[in-house]
Ligand binder design. Structure first.
Ligand code: ADP
Ligand code: MG
Length: 212
């Protein structure tokens, strides 16, 4: 079922052109509902099944806001596992392939930290990672989040299941100033509600049952 064209959104022409070349013609239901408030700079809590297209929803929001000429970390995406972080980083790179020189870095646990520190010294626009390792970089001051304007919690329910709640709360304390927070989850247990209350401001709530 068609949910509307991406071209109805206020997106940079290079992003729209790329979506067409990727064969992303119609928005999925969760994209159609979440992208208008995301592009309107509102905080969003979105619940949707696996495969509903949540990654592109938050990625297009953070890419629309990103200034590639400013080589600072402007977006942080937290994921529960390295596998998911790699998938998200690759989807962002795919959606951003018409934005030249954009740097997306993954920072996950279970990987040696030395090379990550080296990569951070070179800089990045977008960081995707797991909460424990991101917190470790913050404690070491090898990662600076002062310029983050988009903060995404992807698969928030799984992050809580894995015990990442204290790390997520610690990470939030390292961000300052105005930012948009986007929380995506497949399920909505009470714990998510209380985390959302602490982290998001007047969020728009979206719940989508279908995957298309
Ligand atoms: P979720 O995170 O909700 O489980 P994903 O973001 O991983 O889902 O998306 C599932 C698949 O659908 C991915 O392969 C993605 O590239 C593709 N996809 C997402 N949005 C669209 C779209 N609007 N049109 C075509 N394919 C899409
Ligand atoms: Mg996902």
């Amino acid at each position: 079922m068609s949910q509307g064209a991406f071209s109805s959104l206020k997106l940079k022409p290079e992003l729209l052109e790329n979506l067409t070349s990727l064969g992303y013609t119609a928005m999925t239901a969760i994209q159609a509902q979440s992208l208008p408030p995301i592009l309107n700079n509102q905080d969003v809590i979105a619940q949707g099944k696996t495969g509903s297209g949540k990654t592109a929803a938050f990625s297009l929001g953070l890419l629309e806001r990103l200034n590639v000429k400013r080589f600072r970390v402007q977006a942080l995406v937290l994921c529960p596992t390295r596998e998911l972080a790699d998938q998200v980083a690759n989807e962002i790179r795919k959606l951003a392939r018409t934005i030249h020189n954009i740097k997306v870095l993954t920072l996950c646990g279970g990987m040696p930290i030395g090379p990550q520190i080296g990569s951070l010294e070179h800089g990045a626009h977008i960081v995707v990672g797991t909460p424990g390792r991101i917190e470790e970089h913050l404690r070491k001051a090898t990662l600076n989040l002062e310029d983050v304007n988009t903060f995404v919690l992807d698969e928030a329910d799984r992050m809580l299941d894995m015990g990442f709640q204290p790390a997520v709360d610690a990470i939030v304390d390292y961000m300052e100033g105005e930012r948009q927070t986007l929380l995506f989850s497949a399920t909505f247990p009470k714990q998510i509600e209380s985390m959302a209350k602490r982290i998001l401001v007047n969020p728009v709530r979206i719940k989508v049952e279908s995957t298309h």
